[in-house]
Ligand binder design. Structure first.
Ligand code: TRP
Length: 341
């Protein structure tokens, strides 16, 4: 462990983050959390609880965001993110991020913000229509501040976040051009091979707003109930009928979580041939998920008993991160002529 820490200062910096609006689920685990556990030993990794960004579309319910900061931190720690090697931080407690956002807003146009396809889609889904909060339209600029404040060169994100990285790099180039030197560095997105897990209902994405998740803290009964109602093959009516794997969520999850992939291959062949009941597939999936989530749930439960300790971890991480962000802010302000004394 100590050796790993020692080699990290010269490693590239990674920044990732989540909006703390609800508990994390298996989709987060597959798409990002398990990668972060590996990255933390190879890179200098900052993980942001993006509470300020979460407020951009939850301003009427700030209590929800506040409560979920500790909940999401518990999820992080329970899956094995180690606060000794990753730096956990709370976005709103680093005022330099807001300061950078304020300057960067001059480096983008409103038309450019309105063209961001992810923001456009989110506006549609949230039904903002013409009443778009200005903070929501400009959150990609705040995200550019997040990324550049830590001089992150790698940003692991889902595909939907690629427009944010593009917009960040446009801001970086514009600032560097104005300064006439490289003040900020461009970031590269790290898109995982499996970046999204479908919901238990068969919809393309597992998402708390679609109510089709299995949370990392799910109880054994909740896991069992979710597996029971999982979407399989609607054409597989009788046990002897041949089954289909495409779009069959039970198999999508087994692909992602079954440690015995050879045994799984046999199971799939049997299912396709016919003669294998959905209930057998589901039993196997239930067993896999129970085994995966039991230690995570136990650790989460144990950690949740000392919230003071979690808050202290977040406070320490935030203080460390703030030093880095403050240094970058001095450099950006100097590049823009905002230095006097
Ligand atoms: N927008 C990201 C999401 O919704 C969360 C986020 C905020 C983020 N700041 C970030 C991700 C910086 C990567 C880097 O998932």
């Amino acid at each position: 462990m100590d050796k790993e820490i020692a080699i990290k200062p010269n490693q590239p910096t990674i920044l990732t983050g989540d909006r703390p609006t609800g508990p994390l689920h298996l989709g987060h685990f597959v798409g990002s959390l398990r990668n972060r556990v590996v990255y933390q030993y190879h890179y200098r990794q900052f993980i942001m609880l993006a509470d300020a960004q979460a407020l951009t579309d939850n301003i009427d319910d700030p209590g929800k965001v506040h409560r979920n900061v500790v909940e999401v931190a518990l999820d992080y720690l329970a899956v094995g993110i180690d606060p000794k090697v990753s730096t956990l931080l709370i976005q709103s407690q680093i005022p330099e991020l807001a300061e950078l956002t304020f300057y960067y807003l001059n480096l983008v146009t409103v038309a450019r913000l309105e063209r961001n396809p992810t923001v456009k889609e989110e506006i549609r889904l949230r039904g903002f229509e013409r009443d778009i909060p200005a903070g929501f339209l400009t959150y990609p600029v705040s995200q550019a501040a997040d990324i550049t404040a830590f001089k992150a060169s790698l940003v692991p994100v889902g595909e939907d976040q690629l427009p944010m990285i593009e917009q960040t790099n446009e801001i970086v180039r514009r600032l560097n051009r104005i300064a006439g030197r490289e003040v900020l560095i461009e970031a590269t997105a790290l898109v995982p091979t499996i970046s999204r897990l479908p919901g238990v209902d068969g919809k393309a994405k597992m998402s708390k707003s679609l109510n089709n998740t299995i949370n990392l803290g799910a109880t054994p009964d909740e896991i069992r109930a979710a597996v029971k109602k999982i979407y399989t093959d609607p054409l597989h009516l009788r046990v002897q009928d041949p089954g289909h794997l495409e779009g069959n969520i039970a198999f999508v999850y087994l692909n992602a979580f079954d440690p015995d992939q050879a045994g799984l291959a046999e199971l799939k062949a049997h299912y396709v041939r016919g003669g294998l009941a959905d209930s057998v597939v589901k039993e196997r999936l239930d067993a896999c998920l129970q085994e995966l989530l039991a230690p995570i749930r136990a650790r989460r439960q144990e950690l949740s008993e000392d919230r003071g300790h979690i808050l202290q971890l977040l406070k320490d991480g935030t203080a460390k991160a703030r030093e880095v962000a403050a240094q970058t802010t001095v450099e950006v302000k100097a590049a823009l002529g905002l230095h006097y004394f």
